[in-house]
Design a protein. Sequence first.
Length: 138
Amino acid sequence: DVIEAYLQTSFNVDKVKSELNNEHSQFFMAWDEEDAIGYLKVNFTDAQTELQEEDSLEIERIYVLADYHGKKIGQLLYDKAIEIAIENQKKSIWLGVWEENPKAIRFYEKNGFVPFSKHIFKMGDEEQTDLMMRKILG
């Protein structure tokens, strides 16, 4: 299964430990009482997956459990990413989003992002095309 292979590669214990210990990445969790319902991962400088620009911040992941879609949890996590970028005096914020995810693309467009490039995202053995989107801050 393609998704299972991706999860094993991207979220195994060693990989997650390495990401958590990277001083240029930050993680934030969204909670409903004691239940984790979503999380945000942002990257600075050389932790960025593509651009690695000193004056930009990457949103690598915003994940929200399906039961919480439409409840503004993604917006809350996104707003936290913007807050971090502004606090760190970044000029832009960028991300990659699967080109076949119109709901996510609309979310980012609504928040002021525009496409600037594309890149290939490997999901197991499959290659998917991500839109790279950026928002200029300030």
